[in-house]
Design a protein around this ligand. Structure first.
Ligand code: GLN
Length: 285
């Protein structure tokens, strides 16, 4: 059987399953089994399959039963870098690449004008995707990344090593606590907290495979924003920025909180590429 024939057969097998991304995921799985990048798959489409097909069909069935493709391949690309992921961390999302983009813009255009070394903290880093991509893109930044979960920190540590990132230091602890304890002051506080409201219906694939500690933010999904809004002044420098990702329907509620907790600061929201409000930035004056 050729690569193309296997793609076709797998697509037929999954067609009825109501899985949104299955066309792309089949190719990811075959590339994984062939130990090549997805980009190279096209070039080998007429080659014969040499890997163990029983094993392949077993993995495809696990996928059909709900397992995320990233948990089968232990891989997710984020900001052009290949991250190791497993069920101890949230799988990095494309929306979050836009958060990284916006932060790079702020670093390039606003704060480096001051010409001093900058510090950034990533609260609840999970796989380390945000902190490590920012670290690799900006080697001059000093970055600290925290997580409450040691298992998540182990994944972040593995990614730091795998991607040869030299400017991210990991800290264990709840929200701002490790930064306050270590008297770390920062120019950027970045956080993509768990923001899904406790009772919101979410897809089976997400709910049953991704860590709930990284998904749910209490009744309204805003619990972790409140935690940071109450304590930011203990860690963020003057002229610094707080940068958040948030849920597509949370702008209004979040803006109300911002007005309450930051009456004297500047703030703005940004949409993601799907035109959904997705990011909040607060500039400490
Ligand atoms: N964006 C993720 C989702 O929709 C949620 C991530 C988060 O809570 N920060 O599944």
């Amino acid at each position: 059987m050729t690569v193309n024939e296997l793609i076709k057969k797998s697509e037929d097998y999954l067609k009825e399953s109501n899985i949104i991304n299955y066309l792309a995921d089949v190719k990811i799985l075959i590339a994984f089994f062939m130990k090549i990048s997805l980009a190279k798959l096209y070039a080998v489409q007429n080659e014969r399959i040499k890997f163990n097909l029983d094993e392949y069909w077993q993995k495809l069935t696990e996928y059909q039963n709900g397992k995320p493709i990233q948990h089968i391949t232990n891989r997710q690309s984020f900001y052009g870098y290949d991250f190791y992921v497993d069920n101890n961390v949230l799988i990095p999302r494309y929306e979050t690449e836009e958060l990284v983009d916006n932060i790079i813009f702020l670093i390039d255009n606003i704060l480096t004008a001051e010409n001093k070394p900058l510090t950034l903290i990533d609260v609840g880093t999970g796989s380390g995707a945000i902190a490590i991509s920012l670290g690799l893109e900006n080697p001059q930044l000093k970055i600290y990344a925290s997580d409450i979960s040691q298992l998540a920190l182990n994944v972040a540590k593995r990614n730091i090593k795998q991607l040869k990132c030299r400017n991210v230091q990991l800290l264990k602890g709840d929200m701002l606590e490790p930064f306050i304890k270590n008297k770390i002051k920062t120019d950027f506080l970045v956080c993509n907290p768990p923001y899904i409201p406790k009772n919101q219906e979410i897809s089976y694939r997400v709910k049953n495979y991704e860590p709930h500690v990284a998904l749910f933010g209490d009744d309204d999904g805003l619990y972790f924003y409140r935690q940071i809004f109450k304590n930011w002044h203990k860690v963020v420098n003057k002229n610094g920025f707080l940068c958040f990702e948030h849920g597509y329907d949370q702008k209004k509620a979040l803006e109300k909180l911002v007005k309450e907790y930051f009456p004297d600061q500047k703030y703005f929201f940004r949409k993601d590429i799907n035109k959904k409000w997705r990011m909040l930035f607060v500039n400490i004056l």
